[in-house]
Every structure is written in structure tokens, then in C-alpha cells.
Design a binder for this molecule. Structure first.
Ligand code: PLP
Length: 399
């Protein structure tokens, strides 16, 4: 008998499964709207100019690759702090933020989850219903019981804000509330600034722990605008967790560049927290890789490259918005009777289209248009060449 004879096959990742199906599809007009990746108008993954410039400068002056400190490149961690909280913010200047470089935003979430489990083993975790699939898995694998707070209201194609607040209000003290800072994945619906104020109020009143997942800063309304929600929690005097990802905003998916920041009450507390985050990292993968962090730090810390990044990120953001409008217009032109203008009120990479599972299956099998069974489509993968086919296909399945 083999050591592994009792090993069961793990369920397939639904998105990766969709990718495999897409790759095998021979339909020449096939379109992949399943993945959470930004493509340019030619359907290509962009390699940003700012990244190329930073890499060229690094190549011109090659450096040896020693181990990084456990918490990563200092200049990178400082750049993340400045981006997320503001370089001149009190939390940063007083030294009460502990930031560690992480293996993508996923890594940031995982470090935070492991640390929280040691801090408060009895706590429960609440994620939005629905949420990015990995939220549940990451926190469950860290040993937490994971529940939902209401979020998407399918009947009204809106956010069930009263439900969200009621669920957060009913949570026990110490419950970890995982919140999408901007560009909610998968629905594309964000709560308003005034609604955030209410969430902050409940988190404070009920002694919850806010864990803000910021995987799309700059993809919604702008870098500062998307980051503004963090300031609301800080202004309320809360100790929060923020995970950051540069996968999308730098188009550096494969480099796995992210971070975790924990806001403590003072500098001394932050240094104790940092020491524990380092234990988590040390016992998982020792220290982070060099390249992606070095590129992002070089761009964020150089005024010219930083300006170029902001311009390129702005172009991605604007193109997504244009595609949303084209989708709405194209669906109307293709004969879709129902009002689809909700697509332009959504934000970020994704749109919950409101299409049923059966309609999504038909879109795939008959028209080669791939989205998830939940009706989620990645609008960042639409372009001037595929939009007509997508609109015509959706029109046929909703007719
Ligand atoms: N959080 C959310 C909401 C995401 O959508 C993603 C990626 O799709 C991540 C975190 C993970 O980001 P990364 O690829 O940097 O690990």
C-alpha cells in the first residue's frame, strides 16, 4: 500500500478549471472573461513602462541576491506605508504601523490570519457574501470558523447594506471582519463613503477587528480616493489590518508582490506586533523574494517613475470604465431590452452581470464567452475587438 493511497483528489479551483476549458475551446471568437486579470485593448497582459524602466536600471547595475530581511525590503515597506496611509500621516510618522513585504496580497492575508489566530484563537471571521473565493479558504486554513455577512442583493442588483450592518452588529466582540477596501470582488459593487462611516462606527462599537483587503487600489476612482477608506478607520482610532497587492496595479501578477500592514496603538506595540509577524513569516517561507519588491520600491520611490506609474494605472482604470459603458451601449444595440446600466455603477475589474448559471453555461458552450457560473465577468478583459461578440452573445442568451 502506498503512503498516498488514502489521499483524496482536492476539488478543482473553479477559475483555473474555467481557464483549462477555455484553452481547449476551438471556437475562434472565444473570449475569456473568467480570470481576474487586466488585459489591454489588444488582449495582451501589459508590461508597464515604469516597470521596464525600473528593471532596466536594475540590469544596468546588477546587484547580488542575498537573503532579504524577514519583513522584506525596507524601502518597499516604507513605500507601502506611504501609499496606504500617507507618508505624513500620524500613524506613519509616529511609527505605529508594522508593515511586512508579503508574497502577493494572498500572502498578506495569510500572514495576518496566522497572526490573528495566535492572538485570539477563539475569534470567528466574517467575509462578505459573496467574496473572493480564497478569503474563506485562507482563514479556514489558518484555523478559523468563517461565516458571512450579507452583501449582495441579487433581486435589486445592489448592496444589502442593512443586512451587512445587521450582521456586523450581531457579531461577537473580537470577530474579524474581512472588508474589501475598494473594487469588490466578485460583485463590482462598493459601499459609499457614508456607508463606510457606518461600518467604521459598528466595528468600533462592537469591538470587531477590521481586516481590509486592498487588492485593487487605483483601479476604482484613483489611488488616493480608493485608499480613503483606510483613513476613516484610522480617524476612529482603530487597530486595523490592511493587506496590499501590486499584482493588478503594477501588472506584476507572477512576481507575487504584496504586503501586510498592522496599525498598532503606539510605536512600542507596533514593534512587538512586527516581531510576531516575523515569526509567522520565518516559519512559513523564511523571507520574501527580491525582484518584485525591488521593482515596486524603485518605481514608488522615484518621482519620475512614480508619475509614470500613476499615468499608466490611470489609463487602465479609464479603459475599464470605457469598456463598462461600451458594454451597456453594445447590449442595448444588440437588442437587450432590460436596463443594463447598473454595469456602469459597478467599479473595478468585475461585473456581476445578473446572468443565471444556465445562461453562463450557454455563453460558454454556444458562444465561447467564458465567465464564472455566478455571472461574474471580468470587464478588464473586454476590448474593442471582442466586445461586439460578447454583446451579441449575451443578447442571445438573455432573449
Ligand atoms: N484579494 C482579492 C479581493 C483579490 O481579488 C485578489 C486577487 O485576485 C487577491 C486578494 C490576491 O492578490 P494576489 O494575486 O496579489 O495574491
Amino acid at each position: 500500500m502506498s503512503l498516498f493511497s488514502s489521499v483524496e483528489m482536492a476539488p478543482r479551483d473553479p477559475i483555473l478549471g474555467l481557464n483549462e476549458q477555455y484553452a481547449a475551446d476551438t471556437n475562434p471568437s472565444k473570449v475569456n472573461l473568467g480570470v481576474g486579470v487586466y488585459f489591454d485593448d489588444n488582449g495582451k497582459l501589459p508590461l508597464l513602462q515604469c516597470v521596464q524602466a525600473a528593471e532596466k536600471a536594475m540590469m544596468d547595475k546588477p546587484t547580488p541576491r542575498g537573503y532579504l530581511p524577514i519583513d522584506g525590503i525596507v524601502a518597499y515597506d516604507n513605500a507601502v506605508k506611504a501609499l496606504v496611509f500617507g507618508a505624513d500621516s500620524e500613524v506613519v510618522t509616529s511609527g505605529r504601523v508594522a508593515t511586512v513585504q508579503a508574497v502577493g496580497g494572498t500572502g498578506g492575508l495569510k500572514i495576518g490570519a496566522d497572526f490573528l489566530k495566535r492572538l485570539n484563537p477563539q475569534a470567528k471571521v466574517l467575509i462578505s457574501d459573496p467574496s473572493w473565493e480564497n478569503h474563506r479558504a485562507i482563514f479556514q486554513n489558518a484555523g478559523f470558523e468563517v461565516g458571512n455577512y450579507r452583501y449582495y442583493d441579487a433581486a435589486n442588483r445592489a448592496i444589502d447594506f442593512d443586512g451587512m450592518i445587521a450582521d456586523l452588529n450581531a457579531a461577537a466582540a473580537g470577530t474579524v471582519a474581512v472588508l474589501h477596501a475598494c473594487c469588490h470582488n466578485p460583485t463590482g459593487y462598493d459601499i459609499t463613503a457614508a456607508q463606510w462611516d457606518k461600518v467604521v462606527e459598528v466595528v468600533k462599537a462592537k469591538n470587531l477587528v477590521a481586516f481590509l483587503d486592498m487588492a485593487y487600489q487605483g483601479f476604482g476612482h484613483g489611488i488616493a480616493e480608493d485608499g480613503a477608506v483606510i483613513g476613516k478607520f484610522i480617524a476612529a482610532g482603530l487597530n486595523i489590518f490592511v493587506s496590499t497587492s501590486f499584482s493588478k496595479s503594477f501588472s506584476l501578477y507572477g512576481e507575487r508582490v504584496g504586503a501586510l500592514s498592522v496599525v498598532a496603538s503606539d510605536k512600542e506595540e507596533a514593534s512587538r506586533v512586527l516581531s510576531q509577524l516575523k515569526v509567522v513569516i520565518r516559519t512559513n517561507y523564511s523571507n520574501p523574494p527580491t525582484h518584485g519588491g525591488a521593482v515596486v520600491a524603485a518605481v514608488l520611490n522615484n518621482p519620475e517613475l512614480r508619475a509614470l506609474w500613476e499615468k499608466e494605472l490611470g489609463e487602465m482604470r479609464v479603459r475599464i470604465k470605457e469598456m463598462r459603458q461600451k458594454l451597456v451601449d453594445g447590449l442595448k444595440a444588440a437588442g437587450v431590452k432590460q436596463d443594463m446600466s447598473f454595469i456602469t455603477t459597478q467599479i473595478g475589474m468585475f461585473s456581476y452581470s445578473g446572468l443565471s448559471k444556465d445562461q453562463m453555461v450557454r455563453l460558454r458552450s454556444e458562444f465561447g464567452v467564458y465567465g464564472t457560473d455566478t455571472g461574474r465577468m471580468c470587464v478588464a478583459a473586454l476590448n474593442s475587438k471582442n466586445i461586439e461578440h460578447v454583446c451579441a452573445s449575451i443578447a442571445k442568451v438573455v432573449a
